[in-house]
Design a protein around this ligand. Structure first.
Ligand SMILES: [Zn+2]
Length: 158
């Protein structure tokens, strides 16, 4: 998934009727895993696929989200809804990356990347162009349409 993580977080938030800080937590969680691109480009010199970093591993996301929830439920109950929203959006990001991007679903048992659909590389074509011109772009377009629909509906009734 290239462009639709943020609108996917918005769709998630709107389907759950999350508002205010909880909505913002969902939006942040929806894009959080791709902050690893800063490490990928500026520190790791693109040494490995960025989906091999822990923030794209479902087990790591679930462990962090679960630990944060347990901690907050004991010492900062006001944060629990935002933590649930952030963790759910984080997992939605990983699921969406599984369509074509490859995710380590079995990590830490296995480091293999699993994807539903392989986007073939083409000689002389940048990978972004290959992804954006592959038929799977319809998933991203559908998410954008859903998000814009929720935003339009929100505007109509507020
Ligand atoms: Zn990602």
């Amino acid at each position: 998934m290239i462009t639709a993580h943020l609108p996917a977080g918005y769709v998630l938030a709107r389907t759950q009727d999350w508002r205010g800080p909880v909505l913002w937590a969902a939006l942040l969680g929806a894009i959080f895993p791709d902050f690893d691109l800063l490490f990928f480009y500026f520190i790791d010199d693109r040494a490995i696929h960025h989906h091999r970093y822990w923030v794209h591993a479902p087990a790591f996301a679930l462990a962090c989200s679960g630990a944060a929830y347990l901690l907050a439920s004991r010492v900062a109950k006001a944060w629990t809804d935002a933590i649930v929203a952030f963790g759910a959006a984080w997992m939605v990001h990983i699921v969406l990356d599984s369509v074509t991007g490859g995710i380590m679903w079995l990590w830490p048992v296995s480091g293999d990347l699993y994807r539903l659909i392989e986007v073939p590389g083409r000689a002389g074509v940048h990978f972004l162009v290959a992804f954006l011109t592959h038929w799977t772009i319809v998933f991203e377009i559908a998410i954008w349409i859903a998000a814009l629909g929720f935003a339009w509906r929100q505007r109509q009734f507020t």
